[in-house]
Design a binder for this molecule. Structure first.
Ligand code: PGA
Length: 255
């Protein structure tokens, strides 16, 4: 495997944080700090902040993403936002299947797949999240589980569409807990994801796939995690709300 063949991408997941005004301020603070990045830089913000984020990031190297989208283009789905709506705003990325969506909002592998397909069909780039709970790791089923989540999420995705997919490995026990997976654990499971994609789409597609690690990645541990052969970037929660910390992670991915 050759890391040079793929793009490193550092994506911030702001979760349910920041008002539009705070969004403008934080992006303005980040812009000069990440402007020389030699990797993709993405910020996934709450729906109500997308407009402010797009305006603040305009003309910079920061791309803007949402944190979810529905699988239908429109209709009676109170509280949901569709892929064509995001596209019409100029949003480029969307996170699908984050473990918080799966745990608190009834998202399943099947709805993750439907949302992924809708996002791709509407020209969005998708960060698909997979990962195991602590009990599942302890049962020794992490590899099978993550391979299965990956396969179901990609059901019906064409080889061409795969180019617009990033897969983020996020062990649920490491999210927001300060408990990071070791670099070896992260590298191992990111490798399983790449192998799974290789079986479905072939070696070349697997080599070109960007696989991120997420779960308490921060300014201190980013370099070690990103040094793993199969870790091509990060999905960053808490540390993406601090301009300085986020920029250190972006710099670690730019080496
Ligand atoms: P964290 O969140 O970096 O705060 O652990 C990561 C994520 O949920 O994407």
């Amino acid at each position: 495997m050759n890391k040079q063949l793929r793009n490193a991408v550092i994506a911030g997941n702001w979760k349910m944080n920041k008002t539009p005004e705070e969004t403008t301020a934080l992006i303005n603070e980040m812009k000069p700090l990440v402007k020389d990045a030699d990797c993709g830089v993405v910020l996934c913000v709450p729906f109500v902040d997308l407009d402010a984020a797009l305006k603040a990031a305009a003309g910079s190297n920061i791309k803007i993403g949402a944190q979810n989208c529905h699988f239908e283009p429109s209709g009676a789905f109170t509280g949901e936002v569709s892929a064509p709506m995001l596209k019409a705003m100029g949003v480029e990325y969307v996170i699908i299947g984050h473990s918080e969506r799966r745990t608190y909002f009834g998202e399943t592998d099947v709805t993750v797949n439907k949302r992924t397909l809708a996002a791709l069909e509407n020209g969005l780039k998708v960060i698909v999240c997979v990962g195991e709970y602590l009990e599942q790791r302890e049962q020794g089923i992490t590899e099978e589980l993550v391979a299965m989540q990956t396969k179901i999420a990609l059901n019906g995705v064409s080889a061409e569409q795969l180019k617009n997919i990033i897969i983020a490995y996020e062990p649920v026990w490491a999210i927001g807990t300060g408990k990071t997976a070791t670099a070896e654990q992260a590298g191992e499971v990111c490798g399983v994801i790449r192998k799974t994609v290789g079986k479905l789409y072939g070696e070349d597609a697997a080599k070109a796939l960007t696989v991120q690690y997420g779960g308490s990645m921060n300014a201190k541990n980013a370099e070690e995690l990103l040094a793993q052969e199969d870790v091509d970037g990060g999905l960053i929660g808490g540390a993406s709300l601090k301009a300085q910390d986020f920029s250190v992670i972006v710099k670690a991915a730019s080496k």
